[in-house]
Write a protein that binds this ligand. Structure first.
Ligand code: SF4
Length: 454
């Protein structure tokens, strides 16, 4: 393998451009340091004066002394991470990738557990494949926050849940990060009869000792698809389980708030929906710090829909249209549509909660709805002049569903234009009221997560 990092593009007018660097050249070192990944690169280009070694496409090797006033050379590399992704060393009992049917696109089966993606994309990592030197790099580079899949603070139970005999030991890395003052967030995927009840209580208690470095912890219910043959026998979370979980979490919220002024531990929206409980008030989400884990999405969306509607004068325009979403939060969308109807009485909107036949009925979030389920369940339904679908149903940045069916194919099969709706309440209201707009975004789309905007 060739040494160095291949340059993909050079920003016009940048230092690299002025020096004659081109796509295809390879960056070998900065100030004598070979670069492990993008974090090394960003760390070493911080110096105002650097010596860069580049292998040119023609085989020459250039040594360049650079006055780097902007701490930016203007380079992009072929591999965005400047390194291969680290895969996980676990076989978690709740892993959703193990519960996917065969034959989906290959990239969906990649099990990453790469701390660098935690900083770049917000991914959660188990710390099990990190060496002490990786932790020291995080501390040295002041990378933050690191998002940690904790699951439990009981070492034996963690080994069992992650099916990794080093998973308990790996918890000690949280201590080191805490000592160094590294900001962290935690996540617990709650599995019935494993890390629920007293174990959850213990986990929360143990994690509170990392406040304020640990800023928040979310608890999300395990997602169970119909493809669990040969896997650990997990049971679905019932309404009663959800209610007990909320009670534990809310008990800790009160205690932690009194001592630290933050709520710290958060149940995902799904628990409240499962338990049939009122969602927490806005203040309890601590600035929606765990929004990407499905914590507070519906509360935020409700607030945004009301704010958007308050700004609008009603009208009498007529339109018939349709919306499809997952079953989980369809009831909330129905409520928003009722609100819209008060000001816009002649909009007739069909709301279709889609049953997840692809992964199984226990999966109820919009982000895991496939094109084939949409087509099968909507093909004989009145859809009106257009069909609205949430952005989270699509692969990030593309118009492709999880099963590789495209938006165009759905449009052709259902004979209706599809509008993709981004995730804020404003986007939702705009999409319902204005046929031509595909409104601006507030949050990222989520791919293959048990979370959706809905
Ligand atoms: S849940 Fe994550 S860490 Fe666990 S096996 Fe799956 S990919 Fe690996």
């Amino acid at each position: 393998m060739q040494k160095g990092h291949t340059i993909k593009s050079v920003d016009p007018g940048s230092i690299a451009d002025e020096l004659g660097l081109e796509p295809g050249d390879r960056l070998l070192s900065i100030d004598g340091h070979e670069l492990e990944d993008i974090f090394d690169y960003e760390y070493y280009i911080e110096n105002e004066s650097i010596m860069v070694v580049v292998a040119k496409k023609n085989g020459e090797e250039w040594e360049l002394d650079i006055e780097n006033d902007y701490q930016d050379l203007g380079l992009t590399f072929e591999n965005g991470l400047m390194s291969d992704y680290k895969s996980c060393h676990n076989k978690c009992v709740f892993c959703f990738i193990d519960q996917m049917p065969k034959g989906m696109r290959e990239t969906l089966y990649f099990k990453d557990d790469d701390s660098r993606l935690s900083f770049l994309q917000g991914n959660y990592v188990t710390l099990t494949n990190m060496k002490d030197k990786d932790i020291e790099r995080i501390i040295k580079f002041k990378l933050a926050p690191i998002n940690i899949s904790v699951q439990t603070t009981n070492p034996e139970l963690r080994c069992k849940m992650l099916h990794n005999r080093f998973a308990g030991e790996a918890l000690k890395k949280i201590d080191r990060l805490y000592e160094a003052g590294t900001p962290m967030n935690g996540q617990v995927v709650m599995c019935k009869n494993l890390n629920d009840g007293d174990e959850l209580d213990r986990t929360i208690r143990d994690l509170t000792k990392y406040i304020p470095c640990m800023e928040s912890v979310s608890v999300v219910p395990v997602g169970l698809s119909k493809y669990r043959d040969g896997l650990y026998p997990l049971e679905p979370i019932t309404a009663e389980d959800a209610a007990k979980t909320i009670d534990i979490i809310e008990k800790w919220q009160k205690k932690v708030y009194a001592e630290h002024g933050i709520h710290f531990i958060h149940a995902s929206d799904e628990f409240y929906i499962l338990a049939g409980r009122e969602l927490p008030e806005e203040e309890r989400y601590d600035g929606y710090i765990q929004l990407e884990n499905g914590v507070g999405m519906i509360r935020l969306l409700t607030t945004e829909v009301h704010e958007a509607l308050d700004e609008l004068e009603g009208d009498e325009e007529e339109e018939e249209l349709s919306i499809a979403t997952g079953k989980l939060a369809a009831v909330y969308l129905a409520g928003f549509l009722e609100e819209i109807k008060k000001k816009f009485p002649n909009r007739k909107v069909h709301l279709y909660p889609i049953r997840n036949d692809f992964f199984g009925e226990m999966i109820t979030v919009a982000g895991l709805i496939t094109g084939q389920d949409l087509i099968a369940q909507l093909k004989d339904k009145p859809l009106g002049s257009r069909l609205l679908l949430p952005e989270c149903m699509f692969r990030s940045g593309e118009e492709v569903f999880l099963d590789d069916i495209t938006r165009q194919e759905v449009e052709n099969a259902l004979q209706v234009p599809v509008n993709i709706v981004k995730s804020s309440g404003q986007d939702f209201v705009n999409a319902v009221l204005h046929a031509s707009e595909e409104s601006g975004a507030s949050y990222e789309a989520y791919e293959l997560k048990e979370i959706s905007y809905e």
